[in-house]
Design a protein around this ligand. Structure first.
Ligand code: DGJ
Length: 554
């Protein structure tokens, strides 16, 4: 019988003095993070980046967005009662919810912020932060959420015209009238927030929703055609290192889509810029993704939106948009990983603005955190009696909340700690894959971690995977030999990396504890059965600090 206890030997050659690394770390952090003084409370939230990592600062401190997004038509006072119990149930610290142009400016020039005021008041009562979703010119391609005086006046606010002359129900980005009207309403909203929200309950505003056009790669109206025949802006040509020319000359077959993307991005940027000039809140956009392995044609997906092929273009066109946030409705593991790769970049913090609310999606939380992600947000988990199957779960019942609630329950007590570690230190995270592979390896530097799924806690039975796949692990480096580890339904085994080859090594200490107000509270030491077979994480929260060591035999 094979018998392989976990705490077998090997060893180490480098020992970095722990107290010293701690001091260096503390020094670096103090230099980068703004001081936490009494005034920090009044600073608007902001995203900061360093070393390719990001921190979303709220009240001057790194904040992990454990968010949830309410269903589409919950943006009315009477509907909020269906939202708060759901927010509480999933242990979210942030609610994403729409504010519609049609509700704040039903008559041109007359603004009504009563819903916004009530929303902020109730969010405070529930101790929840808000991300407001500005549903205006584009809400998934169409102007449905714009006021009637906009969406019924195609002359003043023209729609996209297809190549064959037919008109689509998607507003064109080429008309100042539309941009100015949207911008005016948006700025009024931001001015209002500045006035009423001194406590920064609203921490971000999403500009539009899943921008882009279905049914055509771009607008082919006469106005658009003229612009299309003109030169590509110098800023874009230079940044992409292209030769100058018109859109077709510079971008060939991609010209129609890139042209549309540029003009939508510039449009969104102008709105965000105008809002920020009044009150500098972070402003993001979300994206209706295209299939990363089989993208099809623009127009079959939302052409002009910040899909993976035009992220660079969007970054150049829209510097006032703080990040592009993916909306993931692809259940497959490989696709999810690809999307997280695309949208976690030194210039783009990964915030999954929407993710399907069915069980298979919940495990991706761990991979997002492993990508130094700043937040996660299942879509449509509320009591408004709507389920968006097949994107999400078939029925929103009490069971539907559980996979997401357990994730936030795990992270909520240490959300600030994790957000800070993720900004300052190395972190890793894995989600259980689909299919037959139930083993993942992580290179942690001096040490490796092997994560396996679906094993009894005692013994070496090969991993069979969980049914359905539901495991996930996150690890943060505390010092070169010490790691914080937590997760669900997985076994974690530490071993020496090749750097430590031929050294004797062992677990020095595994402490179980938890965080209270940012401080580690020791509970017990794991040893014997609890460490011999690896560190087994179950469906209950366990937080471990694992210290690895080498030792000499002579
Ligand atoms: C993505 C959109 O951004 C959401 O507002 C919603 O319509 C979902 N699709 C589908 O439920």
């Amino acid at each position: 019988m094979r018998f392989k206890p976990f705490n077998k030997c090997c060893s180490i050659k480098i020992m970095i003095s722990k107290p010293l690394s701690g001091i260096i770390c503390a020094f670096l952090l103090t230099a980068i993070l703004p001081p936490c003084n009494a005034n920090a409370q009044s600073d608007p939230p902001k995203l900061i980046s360093n070393n390719g990592r990001h921190a979303f600062l709220v009240d001057g401190k790194p904040f992990l967005l454990l968010a949830t997004q309410a269903n589409n038509s919950t943006n009315y006072p009477a509907a909020l009662k269906n939202v708060w119990p759901a927010v509480e149930k999933i242990h979210a610290n942030t609610l994403q919810i729409p504010v519609a142009w049609q509700q704040i400016e039903p008559v041109e020039g007359q603004f009504d912020f009563s819903y916004v005021d009530l929303l902020i008041k109730e969010a405070r009562e529930h101790d929840v932060r808000l991300v407001l979703l500005w549903f205006a010119t584009w809400k998934n391609n169409g102007p449905g959420y714009s006021p009637a005086w906009v969406k019924l006046d195609n002359k003043r606010f023209p729609r996209v015209v297809k190549k064959d002359g037919d008109t689509l129900d998607s507003l064109s980005p080429h008309f100042r009238t539309t941009l100015e009207a949207d911008k005016k309403a948006f700025v009024a909203l931001i001015q209002h927030l500045k006035k009423v929200d001194k406590k920064h309950t609203v921490i971000m505003v999403q500009v539009e929703n899943e921008v882009g056009t279905y049914g055509s790669a771009r607008d082919f109206s006469r106005t658009a055609e003229e612009v299309f025949r003109s030169s590509v802006p110098e800023k874009l040509v230079k940044a992409l290192n292209k030769k100058p020319g018109n859109w077709r000359e510079v971008f060939g077959n991609d010209a129609d889509e890139f042209f549309h993307a540029w003009h939508i991005a510039v449009y969104c940027n102008e709105i965000a810029e105008a809002g920020k000039a009044v009150y500098p809140l972070p402003m993001n956009v979300n994206v209706a993704l295209r299939d990363p392995f089989d993208p099809s044609k623009p127009g079959a997906y939302a052409s002009g939106g910040p899909t993976d092929n035009v992220i660079d273009l969007w970054k150049i066109a829209a510097p006032s948009i703080v990040m592009i946030s993916p909306d993931l409705y692809m259940r497959e593991y490989d696709k999810a990983m690809k999307i997280f790769d695309y949208y976690s970049r030194p210039d783009n913090a990964l915030f999954v603005a929407e993710i399907g609310n069915d069980q298979p999606y919940a495990r991706y939380f761990f991979s997002v955190l492993g990508k130094h992600g700043i937040g996660f947000s299942p879509f449509g988990l509320d009591y408004s009696d709507y389920a968006n199957y097949p994107l999400g779960v078939k029925e929103i019942n009490e069971e539907a909340f559980q996979p997401f609630a357990e994730n936030y329950q795990l992270l909520r007590p240490m959300a600030d700690v994790w957000a800070k570690l993720s900004f300052e230190n190395k972190v890793w995270g894995v989600s259980e894959p689909d299919g037959d592979n139930h083993t993942q390896k992580l290179d942690l530097g001096l040490w490796d971690a092997t994560i396996t799924y679906g094993r009894p806690m005692f013994w070496i039975d090969p991993p069979a995977g969980n049914t359905p796949p539901s495991g996930g692990i996150i690890i943060a480096e505390l010092s070169p030999n010490e790691y914080l580890v937590t997760g669900y339904r997985a076994r974690v085994e530490f071993s020496a990396s090749t750097e430590l080859k031929n050294k004797k090594y062992m677990i020095e200490r595994v402490e179980e504890g938890h965080y209270e107000n940012g401080k580690w509270v020791f509970e017990r030491v794991w040893n014997g059965d609890q460490t011999d077979w690896g560190l087994n994480f179950t469906s209950r929260p366990h937080y471990l600090k694992v210290r690895m060591a080498t030792y000499k035999t002579n």
